[in-house]
Each structure stands twice: as structure tokens, then as C-alpha cells.
Design a protein around this ligand. Structure first.
Ligand SMILES: [Zn+2]
Length: 90
């Protein structure tokens, strides 16, 4: 993504977003530039009640599935999640 308005990583779960299809959708069906399709669809979070801790756990679980050690995954994701737009204001 060369366009500045597109975030490189999802501002909810930190998933890298590389193509338009990775992005979530707004209520009117247009692309949402902040969040991935797993987190945000048709203008709403897919898991509106998830806490930041649960999000970290979920991310670690996915990274472990991709072959990363649990401690490594945690060390990598834990500092990132609180800086994302969805969690910053809490
Ligand atoms: Zn996401």
C-alpha cells in the first residue's frame, strides 16, 4: 500500500495488511483504512466487547499457530497492541 491513508497494520489486532482485501469495510461498504477484515466489518467491530488482554492473547495464539514460540510472540505483540488506535484512548 503506497497510499498514506492506509495503515500498514490493523489498528485493532496488529495484523499486517498488504492488500485491499485485507482491510475492513465501513457501513456503506467502502474500505476502512484502519482495521482489518477480521476485526471490522460493515462499520462495526466483529468482537466489540473484546478487551485488550484478550486481543493480545488472541494474537499470540495466531502467531503460535504460525510457528512462533509463545514467549517470543508475547514479547513482540504486547508492546504493540496498546499503541494501536483502538486501544490507545483506554
Ligand atoms: Zn485486525
Amino acid at each position: 500500500m503506497n497510499d498514506q491513508k492506509y495503515q500498514d497494520i490493523c489498528q485493532s489486532c496488529a495484523m499486517p495488511m498488504k492488500k485491499v482485501a485485507d482491510y475492513g469495510t465501513n457501513q456503506d461498504g467502502s474500505q476502512n483504512y484502519d482495521y482489518c477484515m477480521h476485526c471490522y466489518q460493515q462499520g462495526a467491530f466483529t468482537q466489540p466487547d473484546i478487551s485488550m488482554d484478550e486481543m493480545v492473547k488472541g494474537c499470540v495464539g495466531i502467531m503460535v499457530q504460525y510457528g512462533m514460540g509463545e514467549q517470543d510472540a508475547k514479547a513482540q505483540i504486547e508492546p504493540v497492541i496498546p499503541t494501536l488506535k483502538r486501544w490507545k484512548k483506554i
